[in-house]
Design a protein around this ligand. Structure first.
Ligand SMILES: [Zn+2]
Ligand SMILES: [Zn+2]
Length: 640
C-alpha cells in the first residue's frame, strides 16, 4: 500500500495548510481562493519557480505578480521566448542564441544571413500576437546535459551547444511552447496568453558574447508590461529620451563627434563642446581650491616598472595601453594615482602636513571592449576629476564625510538626486584581510553615523580597496554612475609612504582615491540629456546670439558683439542676409539662452531687446544693463 506523504505550505499572510506531497502549486493557489490572473510565478522558500512546480517539502510560499520586479522580469523573459518562436517560424534556418530580460525590457540574439528591417519587426510582432492568442502552455522539462547537447546538435543550434558544453551541472532544464524549445533555467509564465502588452523596439548588431572576435549577431530589443497603459507610458518616456539622446544632440549642437578614422571610443570636442568642458573644468578647479585641495599634474606615460610595483600590471593589464621607445617600455596611465604618490614621497611628511589633498583633471586611457563603447558614457580616453587624499587613520572619517558633502553640494547645483552604494572585497584583490576590514568599517561608520542611506554591494570593490559609489538620477529618472570614494591601504604599503607622527615615529598614511563628477565625458553626456541641450547660462557654450534684421543693422550689431565679447560673454552673431524668422528658428534649435534682435529701434537708442529661449521678451534695454544681467547669470552657481 502506498502511503501518501503530506507537506505543509505557509503563505505570506501567515496562514498554513497541508497538501499531498507533489501537489502542483497552481492547484494550491486554487485552494487558497487567490487565483488573481496577475500571479505568474511563486517563491518556494525564497527560490523563484514556475507555478506548475510540485510542492515537495514544507515551505513558505510567496506568490509573484506582474507588479514586482521579479514578475516583470519573468514576463519580459517569457516574451523573449515568444519572440524567438515567432522568428524561428518566420525565418527558417535562423540560429537562436540567448534572450534575457534586461532593465525595462528584453532582447534575443539571432544568427541570420541578413540584417532585420523595421518591416521584419512588424511581421514578427504579428506572428507573436498569434502565438499569444493561441495561449500555448509553457512547459518545463529536465534532462541530462548530454541529452540536451544531442537535441540541439540535431537542430543545428550551435550557440546552444556551445553554452551547454560550458555548464558544469549534469542536469539542465528546457522550456517549450508549441514547436519552440529553449535551454533555460526559468521560471516562465504558465502560458503565452499571459502576455498582454508588448512592443519590439529596435534591432542592433551584437557580437556573440560581447566579444568583437566573435560573429556579429542580430539583436532584437523589445519590452512587455502588465497592461497597455503602462506600456504606452513607458514608450512615451523612451521617445522623450530619444529626443534628448546626447549623441543626437551632441551632433546638432556641435558639441562632440566620434570618428572611426580616429578610433572607437575617442571623443573629439568641437568648439562648443570644448568651451563647455572648459567651463566645467573651471568650475571644478574653483570648487576644489575652496575645499583645500592642491592642483597637481602627472605625465600621460609612466615607466613599466612603476606599473608593476603598483600592482596594475598584475590586476589591470587588460585595460592598459603600452608603448616602447628606445628599449624602454611605458604604460599609458589608466589611473592618476602613481604620480600623486611620487609627489607625496618627494619630501618627509609630518602629521602636521596631513591631510594632503592632490587634485588633477587627469586624462586616462582604458581599453574597453568595442562592444561596450557607447557615446560619451563608455569611452577609451576620458578625464576624471580625480583626487588622492593622504591622511592619518584618525582623519579618515572626517575626510570621507567632507567628500560626501562635496558630492551633495555639486548634485544640488545640477538638480540631481543620488544614491550611494558600499562595495566590499572582490575575488581579485590585493592587501591583507585586516586592511580590508579596517577600511570597510571606517566607510560604514561614516555612512551610519551621518545617517547617509546606502546599499551594500558585496564583492564589488576595487582590487585595492573598498569603495562608495554614487549614482545620480537625471530628470527622466535614469541612473548614472558619478562619484566614487575608494579607500586604499595597499598602495601606501607598496610605495612605502610614511609620515612622522606625534611620537616621532614613522607611520603609514591612509590613501583615498576619489572623483566627484567622475568622467567628464560621461558627465557631459548626462548633462546634455538632463537639460535636453538647453544648458543654464553659466554652462551654455554660447550664451547670446545677435541677429540682424537687415544689412543696415550690421555695424551696430558688430558694436554689440565687440562689447559683449570684451566682457567675456560667450556670444555668436548671425548677420546673414536671411529672414529673421529663419535666424530665430535656428537660434532656438541651438538652445542659446538669449537672442538679441537688432533692428532700427535698437540702432536708434543704442540698446538691445533680449529674448529668452523660453519665449519671454525682456523689452528694450540699455546694452550695459543687459551685460550686467548676463554676467550675473554666468556666475558659477553658489549653494552656500
Ligand atoms: Zn527562458
Ligand atoms: Zn587613484
Amino acid at each position: 500500500m502506498s502511503h501518501q506523504e503530506s507537506v505543509k505550505a505557509t503563505f505570506s499572510d501567515g496562514s498554513m495548510a497541508t497538501y499531498p506531497k507533489g501537489t502542483p502549486i497552481l492547484k494550491i493557489m486554487g485552494t487558497k481562493g487567490d487565483v488573481s490572473p496577475s500571479i505568474i510565478a511563486v517563491k518556494v522558500n525564497g527560490n523563484l519557480l514556475d507555478l506548475s512546480s510540485p510542492l515537495l517539502e514544507d515551505a513558505k510560499l510567496d506568490f509573484i505578480s506582474f507588479d514586482s520586479t521579479e514578475g516583470q522580469n519573468i514576463l519580459r523573459h517569457s516574451t523573449s521566448h515568444v519572440m524567438a518562436q515567432a522568428v524561428q517560424e518566420l525565418y527558417p534556418g535562423i540560429k537562436i542564441s540567448i534572450g534575457p530580460s534586461i532593465e525595462n525590457g528584453f532582447y534575443y540574439d539571432f544568427d541570420y544571413e541578413r540584417a532585420f528591417t523595421p518591416e521584419d519587426l512588424d511581421k514578427i510582432e504579428t506572428r507573436m500576437r498569434e502565438i499569444i492568442t493561441q495561449d500555448l502552455p509553457i512547459k518545463r522539462e529536465e534532462l541530462s546535459k548530454q541529452e540536451a547537447i544531442k537535441f540541439y546538435k540535431e537542430k543545428g543550434e550551435t550557440y546552444k551547444v556551445e553554452l551547454l558544453e560550458e555548464i558544469s551541472d549534469e542536469k539542465v532544464t528546457i522550456y517549450s511552447q508549441g514547436n519552440f524549445t529553449d535551454l533555460c533555467r526559468g521560471p516562465h509564465l504558465p502560458s503565452t496568453g499571459k502576455i498582454k502588452a508588448f512592443k519590439l523596439t529596435s534591432v542592433a548588431g551584437a557580437y556573440w558574447r560581447g566579444d568583437e572576435n566573435n560573429k556579429m549577431l542580430q539583436r532584437i530589443y523589445g519590452t512587455a508590461f502588465a497592461d497597455q497603459e503602462k506600456l504606452d507610458q513607458y514608450l512615451q518616456q523612451v521617445e522623450e529620451a530619444k529626443k534628448r539622446d546626447h549623441r543626437k544632440l551632441g551632433k546638432e549642437l556641435e558639441i562632440f563627434s566620434i570618428n572611426e578614422e580616429v578610433g572607437a571610443g575617442l571623443i573629439i570636442y568641437h568648439p562648443k563642446g570644448a568651451l563647455m568642458r572648459r567651463v566645467l573644468e573651471d568650475f571644478e578647479v574653483r570648487e576644489h581650491l575652496k575645499r583645500g585641495y592642491q592642483l597637481v599634474k602627472g605625465p600621460q606615460i609612466l615607466k613599466m616598472n612603476l606599473w608593476e610595483k603598483s600592482g596594475h600590471l598584475e590586476n589591470y593589464r587588460e585595460y592598459m595601453y603600452f608603448t616602447e621607445v628606445e628599449g624602454q617600455k611605458y604604460g599609458l596611465k589608466p589611473m592618476n594615482c602613481l604620480a600623486h604618490m611620487i609627489i607625496y614621497k618627494s619630501k618627509i611628511r609630518s602629521y602636521r602636513d596631513l591631510p594632503l589633498r592632490y587634485f588633477e583633471l587627469g586624462t586616462v586611457h582604458r581599453h574597453e571592449r568595442a562592444g561596450v563603447l557607447h557615446g560619451l558614457p563608455r569611452v577609451r580616453e576620458f578625464t576624471q576629476d580625480d583626487a588622492h587624499i593622504f591622511s592619518t587613520p584618525e582623519q579618515l572619517a572626517q575626510e570621507i564625510k567632507a567628500i560626501i558633502d562635496f558630492v551633495a553640494d555639486v548634485m544640488k547645483i545640477f538638480d540631481f538626486d543620488f544614491d550611494m552604494e558600499l562595495s566590499t572585497r572582490p575575488k581579485k584583490s590585493i592587501g591583507t584581510n585586516e586592511d580590508w576590514e579596517r577600511a570597510i568599517s571606517s566607510l560604514k561608520k561614516v555612512l551610519d553615523e551621518n545617517n547617509f542611506s546606502y546599499q551594500l554591494n558585496e564583492g564589488a570593490g576595487a582590487f585595492y580597496g573598498p569603495k562608495i559609489d554614487v549614482t545620480l538620477k537625471d530628470v527622466l529618472d535614469r541612473k548614472w554612475q558619478c562619484a566614487t570614494i575608494q579607500c586604499d591601504f595597499s598602495l601606501p604599503e607598496r610605495f612605502d609612504l610614511s609620515y612622522i607622527g606625534k611620537d616621532g615615529e614613522k607611520h603609514r598614511p591612509v590613501m583615498l582615491h576619489r572623483v566627484i563628477l567622475g568622467s567628464l565625458e560621461r558627465f557631459m553626456g548626462v548633462l546634455i540629456e538632463h537639460y535636453a541641450g538647453a544648458f543654464p547660462a553659466w554652462l551654455a557654450p554660447v550664451q547670446v546670439i545677435i541677429l540682424t534684421i537687415s544689412d543696415t543693422h550690421i555695424p551696430f550689431g558688430e558694436h554689440v558683439f565687440d562689447q559683449l565679447i570684451s566682457h567675456s560673454i560667450r556670444v555668436e552673431k548671425d548677420f546673414r542676409n536671411e529672414s529673421l524668422r529663419l535666424k530665430i528658428r535656428e537660434a532656438q534649435l541651438q538652445k542659446i539662452p538669449y537672442m538679441l534682435v537688432i533692428g532700427d529701434k535698437e540702432v536708434q537708442i543704442g540698446g538691445v531687446s533680449p529674448r529668452h529661449r523660453s519665449g519671454s521678451d525682456l523689452g528694450l534695454t540699455q546694452l550695459n544693463e543687459f551685460i550686467s544681467l548676463i554676467k550675473q547669470e554666468s556666475q558659477f552657481p553658489n549653494y552656500k
